[in-house]
Design a protein around this ligand. Sequence first.
Ligand code: FES
Length: 281
Amino acid sequence: MNRIITKKILSQDVKEFVIESPRIATARHAGQFVIVRANDTGERIPLTIADANPEAGTITLIFQEVGKSTMLMGTFKEGDEFKDVVGPLGKPTHIEKFGTVVCMGGGIGVAPMHPISEAMKAAGNRVITIIGARSKDLLIMENRMKAASTELHISTDDGSYGVHGFVTDILQSLIDKGEKIDLAVAIGPVPMMGAVCKLTKKYDLPTVVSLNPIMVDGTGMCGACRVTVAGKTQFVCVDGPEFDGHQVDFVELVKRQRAYLPQERISREAFQHHEGCCSEK
Ligand code: FES
């Protein structure tokens, strides 16, 4: 159980693990996440389930090495085991036939968008997916997103692939072309989701955002995932992770996300230093 069957490097710092987890593979729905712990003393890391294969009894997890714990996970090899994988957690995405759904994934947010695009398409929607990254080498899951969508568009911030610009530039051009959009879904960095909501609000376009990037312990106990939605405090891990994007206070959210950057940097540097020392031995 919890054994890594395959490991792939998707882009700089982004790794994909297919993990043996038969019960979660059968029970999960689009939008749900698991909590993993690398070892006995490991921090709890919430990761959205990017894919699952109930026949093979496996789930796919994709993560970016941003701090000490994810860097440690990145050193795992095929055959290694996670201490725990708990889930599926969180409310599943509301899937129904809306008509035309635009699914936008930015950076590592493309991974949690994958099961949503797939489920929306399976429910009979016309799914226009827009994926974006800072540059071509950081773009992930292009072929899988193509298969999960009716139509796929790509943007890169530096213009190295697809449209030069942001996912919002492609969304704006779809709106300008007269595309009738019934629902927008966005997952990615908080500023990207904020920008999507600012644009869709102008056109009164219903928008769902997944705030999983701000979760910490995923149990409703640490309080780190507090967010103000429609003037009320919500916990992303318990009440979400998906919310009506037009009701989320993104200004407050961006501020809170920056609160622990210095501590995260110290922890990351300490891990890199330790690993460096060990690998020299
Ligand atoms: S992630 Fe800790 S309370 Fe939600």
